[in-house]
Design a protein around this ligand. Structure first.
Ligand code: HEC
Ligand code: HEC
Length: 442
């Protein structure tokens, strides 16, 4: 402990003096000083060892196997030729390699096919977040006339007439007598939750193997989480904050703004997780950027000025060597070899609920509500104050209470009165990982 504290102090003094007198700090002195700081940083990227499943659709191997079979079966589509995997191809990092998706009859879709890695940890689905869960999402591409174009009622009738499928559904859902749209959605969602990005060189480095990635990639990681500011949005082991940002890409698509009916969220799209990113060009919701080099060029010089630009977006300038280092780092997020498509995961035990605080005053800071769970009495008003540097959109969707704050700018306060007893979830429409549990007593 003492040793690094001392060297940190020395490094800090040297850095100050260096700044004042134009000295440069010796590399090894910096490396030594940075060890504890780097260790803390690396901890934020450590991968979980078990996968969360929701209480209303828990893990079962039979369900996941059935989901896999459905996912790869082209007979689910209207013309019998396009499976989910026809667009979300495991060999292409669960995308299709195209600029934007293609429907069964060649229809050109408006947006690019996203990858499906690590959605078990996700919040809202689609580039604009219009689906609330994998269960909610999974039948939408089947029904869509531009994609698989098959009415769900027709598909369910067909599954019920197929002896193999009825047996598989009966095994996956003991106690049920027929296939339904709900069970179809549950099986597909269970399989999708098993699509966990594989361990890569980066994970081995995080776990302590210092030689797992190159020096260039190590420098790239530092840039990613420092000067280049990527980590402001691509945070955590899956490299996404699950939030919606306008990063200044040209185009008329309103994205999240149209879903929330909120101008402040116009041109905002979900931060894609960056696992396996080097293998799935082209990039962005509209496939408009062809290479990782061009992605960096966008963040450096391509940003379109707009009032809706994310507050997390900073102007950056990189040297040629820095660009190479950043890309060397991004390449460590892919594993060589074929993609595992068999459902092999360890389900996580149910997560503990945060303790309930007895307060009516809640802060918003760093894309979190503080505290995260509160207890109040019926008829009381909760005061939510935006102490964050970002615009928020406080929402409640509940049969007993619908609430939409509109754009809540930094410094602004939102008041929500809870008229009936029960448990509510307050969330941010722009940063949906921000959740506040409110327990309202009689
Ligand atoms: C025609 C190509 C195509 C087919 C077939 C297809 N998808 Fe997609 N998928 C897309 C596109 C394009 C999007 C993005 C649409 C958007 O965001 O507006 C998408 C989005 C998704 C997402 C959201 C991912 C995220 O990060 O938010 C999931 C999950 C998904 N699809 C699962 C499926 C499943 C399950 C099936 C089969 C039932 C399927 N898809 C069939 C093209 C396709
Ligand atoms: C303000 C938040 C934010 C910051 C900062 C940010 N990104 Fe992004 N990134 C996003 C969002 C949102 C998208 C999707 C945008 C879209 O499609 O409209 C994205 C897309 C990408 C993609 C394309 C991934 C794919 O699958 O299409 C890459 C690669 C990427 N970012 C890398 C970086 C790097 C490298 C940095 C740092 C230089 C960075 N990002 C900084 C939010 C951010």
């Amino acid at each position: 402990m003492r040793g690094w504290r001392l060297s940190l102090a020395v490094a800090a003094v040297a850095a100050c003096l260096g700044g004042a007198f134009g000295w440069s700090l010796r590399d090894d002195a910096w490396a030594e000083a940075a060890v504890p700081e780097l260790a803390a940083l690396k901890e934020r990227f450590r991968r979980p060892d078990a996968v969360p499943f929701p209480a209303d659709n828990p893990w079962s191997e039979a369900k996941a196997r059935l989901g896999r079979r459905l996912f790869f079966d082209p007979r689910l589509s209207g013309g019998g030729t396009l499976a989910c995997a026809g667009c979300h191809d495991p060999a292409k990092g669960w995308t299709d390699g195209r600029r934007t998706g293609r429907g069964e009859r060649g229809q050109v879709l408006a947006r690019r096919t996203p990858h499906l890695w690590n959605l078990a940890w996700g919040e809202k689905l689609f580039w604009d977040g219009r689906a609330d869960s994998l269960e909610h999402q999974s039948t939408m591409p089947i029904d869509s006339p531009d994609e698989m174009d098959r009415r769900i009622g027709d598909l369910v009738a067909w599954l019920n007439a197929d002896a193999d499928y009825t047996a598989a559904f009966a095994a996956a859902f003991p106690g049920t007598s027929a296939v339904s749209a709900r069970l179809l959605a549950q099986a597909l969602a269970t399989y999708e939750r098993t699509l966990v990005s594989p361990v890569t060189a980066f994970d081995r480095w995080i776990a302590g193997d210092d030689s797992a990635i190159s020096d260039a990639a190590t420098r790239g990681f530092r840039l990613f989480s420092g000067k280049a500011n990527c980590v402001a949005c691509h945070s955590g082991w899956a490299f996404t904050d699950q939030a919606f940002h306008d990063i200044g890409l040209p185009g008329a698509d309103r994205g999240r703004g149209a879903v929330l009916d909120l101008r402040a969220a116009d041109h905002a799209f979900k931060t894609p997780g960056l696992r396996d990113v080097a293998r799935r060009a082209p990039y962005m919701h509209n496939g408009s950027i062809a290479t990782l080099d061009a992605v960096l060029a966008h963040y450096e010089t391509g940003i379109v000025e707009r009032p809706t630009l994310s507050r997390d977006l900073k102007r950056i300038a990189l040297g040629d060597g820095e660009r190479r280092d950043l890309i060397a780092f991004l390449e460590t997020l892919s594993a060589p070899g074929p993609v595992e498509t068999e459902p092999r995961v360890r389900p996580a035990p149910a997560a503990a609920q945060p303790p309930l605080a007895e307060t009516r005053v809640v802060a918003q800071r760093e894309k979190q509500f503080l505290p995260r769970a509160i207890q109040i009495a019926k008829g009381e008003t909760v005061i939510v104050r935006n102490n964050d540097s970002r615009t928020h959109n406080v929402r409640v969707f509940d049969p007993k209470l619908e609430f939409d704050s509109g754009a809540q700018e930094p410094g602004e306060t939102v008041r929500i009165t809870f008229p009936a007893a029960g448990r509510y979830t307050v969330f941010c429409g722009i940063h949906p990982a921000m959740k506040l549990a409110v327990e309202v007593a009689e």
